[in-house]
Write a protein that binds this ligand. Structure first.
Ligand SMILES: Nc1ncnc2c1ncn2[C@@H]1O[C@H](COP(=O)(O)OP(=O)(O)O)[C@@H](O)[C@H]1O
Ligand SMILES: Cc1ncc(C[n+]2csc(CCOP(=O)(O)OP(=O)(O)O)c2C)c(N)n1
Ligand SMILES: [Mg+2]
Ligand SMILES: [Mg+2]
Ligand SMILES: [Mg+2]
Length: 342
């Protein structure tokens, strides 16, 4: 029988016990963490991008593809409060990709990696009769990974998110409509989709401030919040009026902007929770660093569920819906009907 759900597959293959006692975080968070020696924690993560699933060659340059393949991994390091240091790349190459394009993919990775002084340490090269597949492994270091776990949320916490949510999905929508659109709105949203900026500095500020729960937004805000609610066993309530949705996303389509923000995914912003006292510190430090961080709700005692209070003060359940690789051929799932009700 075909696979239906990447999340239950991951549960199935998670080992019930580990051999090594120095593993601090195994499968189940954004990245794994293990202790090398007292006070020195290393971080490890891996994400894959597949042509026509994660990007299209028709609208993404080779440099942009390389940038994003590394950025999505650095984003998982950021979600553990870490600093990225090294990367390795495995690439499966179909016949129709030219050597020039392939080196340009690596230039895109190098350009981003250089901004963090990251080094490429190895990888693998194979041919494929299918689409181009690029898998990146990133390692790095983290001081306080225990301050960034998905399981750290507590009742009374403030829920926050960095940057704007929904831009990437808005960009993808516009790219499929007219990738040649030169309007400032389209150009901004294209950039947000094709060249995500991982939130490393925000991650280090959050992990240094105290206990927080943290996730990066790859599958969508609703999905990531459900992961925090489930791992922490709390109810999360967010407020539609507080969601940081850009004017560009509203301009792209007023009626779809909320769905993009909740379920679109690939914003690679950080979402999490912290006590009001810790959040005050995070907010102050982010302001100093010029990082937008927005309070969007609270965590409460109760079932592991996520709710949205809408503009009319009506409360509705936010299902885990978001991007799931084995449902609806990878569409936006769990999306409300036209009138906004599920
Ligand atoms: N095929 C796999 N084998 C082993 N571990 C996996 C596999 N796929 C995902 N994982 C692990 O499952 C967890 C969730 O993965 P994923 O949803 O891809 O996280 P993220 O959205 O942060 O990239 C991570 O800890 C990841 O390392
Ligand atoms: C051509 C195309 N269609 C759809 C999408 C949207 N999309 C693809 S994968 C994905 C979710 C994130 O990718 P995933 O591999 O699940 O990342 P992870 O959760 O492991 O970080 C989204 C929203 C896209 N980027 N490009
Ligand atoms: Mg992640
Ligand atoms: Mg992943
Ligand atoms: Mg995913």
């Amino acid at each position: 029988m075909a696979l239906h759900d990447e999340f239950s597959f991951i549960k199935d293959i998670t080992p019930s016990s580990l051999h090594q006692a120095d593993v601090l975080v195994g499968i189940g968070d954004d990245a794994a963490v293990y202790q090398v020696q007292e006070g020195q924690q290393q971080i490890l993560c891996m994400d894959t991008m597949v042509e026509d699933i994660h990007f299209k060659r028709s609208y993404s340059s080779a440099e942009e593809i390389g940038h994003k393949a590394l950025a999505v991994n650095i984003s998982d390091v950021a979600a553990m409060g870490g600093i990225p240091k090294y990367y390795a790349v495995s690439i499966a190459i179909p016949a129709h990709w030219s050597p020039g394009e392939l080196t340009a993919i690596y230039q895109g990775m190098k350009q981003l990696g250089d901004t963090y002084q990251m080094d490429l340490l190895g990888g693998d090269t194979v041919s494929t009769q299918g689409k181009l597949v690029i898998t990146v492994t990133v390692t790095g270091e983290t001081q306080r990974p225990d301050n960034c776990l998905r399981s750290n949320a507590k009742e009374g916490d403030i829920v926050f998110v960095t940057g704007y949510v929904g831009d990437s999905a808005a960009g993808l929508h516009l790219l499929t409509e007219n990738p040649d659109n030169l309007s400032a709105t389209s150009q901004y949203l294209f950039q947000r989709h094709k060249m995500p900026v991982p939130q490393v500095e925000a991650g280090t500020i959050i992990s240094a401030s105290g206990r927080a729960s943290l996730n990066d937004i790859s599958d969508g805000l609703a999905s990531e919040l459900n992961e925090i609610a489930e791992a922490s066993n709390v109810t999360i309530m967010i407020d539609e009026t507080m969601l940081p949705i850009s004017k560009e996303a509203f301009e792209a389509d007023n009626r779809q902007a909320l769905t993009w923000a909740l379920y679109g995914g690939e914003d690679f912003e950080l979402v999490g929770t912290a006590s009001p006292e810790t959040f005050a510190v995070i907010e102050k430090e982010c302001k100093k660093a010029g990082i937008l961080i927005t309070r969007i709700g609270e965590a409460h005692q109760g079932e592991a569920k996520v709710f949205l209070e809408d503009l009319h003060s009506e409360v509705r359940l936010l299902a885990k819906g978001g991007y799931n690789h084995f449902q609806k051929a990878g569409g936006i799932n769990g999306v409300e009907s036209e009138n906004g009700k599920s």
